[in-house]
Write a protein that binds this ligand. Structure first.
Ligand SMILES: O=c1ccn([C@@H]2O[C@H](COP(=O)(O)OP(=O)(O)O[C@H]3O[C@H](CO)[C@H](O)[C@H](O)[C@H]3O)[C@@H](O)[C@H]2O)c(=O)[nH]1
Length: 331
């Protein structure tokens, strides 16, 4: 019997890669996306696409009535940290209210499984590195707070209605499908690797390195870059984990290796063969010194095996995408 999976946010960066992984594994896929940050061109034609907003009860009612959904992969959220600080209500409205209506529809239509895109931002400034799955969560921005609220909501909803969840807390999602056919296209773009590659092709004069006075060996922030296709594999395993009757839980998803901004820049210079000018600028604000995941539990319990263990390989896939789509998606 085919299993139908709804990907909320399936036209977004991670969502479009998720859809690709599910289709490759012969799942039947339903995409829900309002295209506010996703792209029509990123919608995989092999999936059934419903254009609409997860906060819209009538819209969700239509989708859940027409489709027999086994599990929801919820990747639909705003995720720009500085924007969330400027406009917190926009984040609580989109992220938290969207989760309320989605869980309501799931309850009404007897959908028992949800895999949720959470974030390292739920930890705030971590109490230790690497960050373990059960370490204290204390967000320092509304984006992280909204995702933590969503984690809590799912716990209560599981208790009340038996909807099982796996929350996957991504560290720094990066890279693209290896053939460069889909990739990362945020507007505005705030993420390090796409900005570096934009600088490599001369679209931007120089990379601004936001601070070199952090408590790290070269003074720049250290992050844990994890390939987007490795993230999607973890979601697939999480669906299977819940279908096997396992308990709701949360996992940190990262490579468990950290790279500084300067190290990423060096790796990108090597991959692209371009000089990529860079200049140290003031701190951007809200950046913890170091974020590295402890991925032991995800590996042990889900059987997750990240395939990209080399940051140059990750950057290479992002470069493939950039070279094939210099202007990103055309919609
Ligand atoms: O032009 C730039 C862009 C980024 N950086 C630096 O590069 C590092 C990575 O920045 P990103 O914006 O690529 O990623 P973040 O670590 O800020 O954010 C990621 O992790 C967050 C959780 O901590 C959220 O989940 C967020 O959505 C996700 O993209 C940071 O030290 C940042 O200061 C620069 O120096 N220059």
């Amino acid at each position: 019997m085919t299993t139908t999976i709804m990907v909320a946010g399936g036209a977004g960066y991670i969502g479009s890669h998720m859809v690709q992984t599910l289709l490759a594994e012969n799942y039947d896929v339903v995409i829900v996306d309002n295209l506010s940050t996703g792209h029509r061109q990123a919608v995989n034609p092999q999936a059934r696409f419903y254009e609409g907003d997860t906060r819209d009860r009538q819209f969700l009612e239509k989708v859940f009535s027409q489709e027999k959904i086994t599990a929801v992969i919820h990747m639909d959220a705003f995720s720009i940290v500085p924007e969330s600080v400027q406009e917190p209500l926009k984040y609580f409205d989109n992220n938290v209210i969207g989760m309320v209506t989605l869980l309501e529809a799931m309850q009404k239509h007897d959908v028992h499984y949800i895999i949720f895109s959470s974030t390292a931002a739920t930890f705030g400034n971590p109490t230790k590195i690497p960050v373990g799955d059960t370490d204290p969560q204390d967000p320092i921005n509304p984006y992280g707070e909204s995702k933590l609220i969503m984690e809590y909501m799912m716990r209560w909803v599981d208790q009340a209605y038996g909807i099982k969840f796996v929350a996957l807390r991504y560290f720094n999602a990066a890279g693209a499908l290896a053939d460069g056919s889909i990739g990362e296209d945020h507007r505005p773009e705030t993420h390090l690797i796409p900005i570096i590659l934009r600088t490599a092709v001369g679209e931007q004069a120089e990379l601004k390195i936001y601070g070199d006075d952090y408590q790290t060996p070269d003074g720049t922030n250290i992050r844990d870059y994890v390939h987007v296709m490795d993230l999607t594999q973890a979601h697939l395993l999480a669906v299977q984990y819940l279908q096997a009757g396992q308990a709701s839980t949360c996992f940190n998803l990262g490579s468990s290796t950290g790279f500084s901004v300067k190290e990423i820049l060096q790796a990108a210079r090597k991959i692209t063969g371009q000089p990529i000018p860079a200049q140290v600028a003031p701190r951007r604000g809200g950046d913890p010194d170091i974020l590295i995941a402890d991925n032991t539990r995800a590996k042990k319990i889900l059987g997750w095996k990240p395939r990209y263990d080399n940051v140059e390989d990750i950057i290479q896939t992002a470069w493939n995408w950039k070279q094939k789509h210099p202007q990103g998606y055309q919609d």
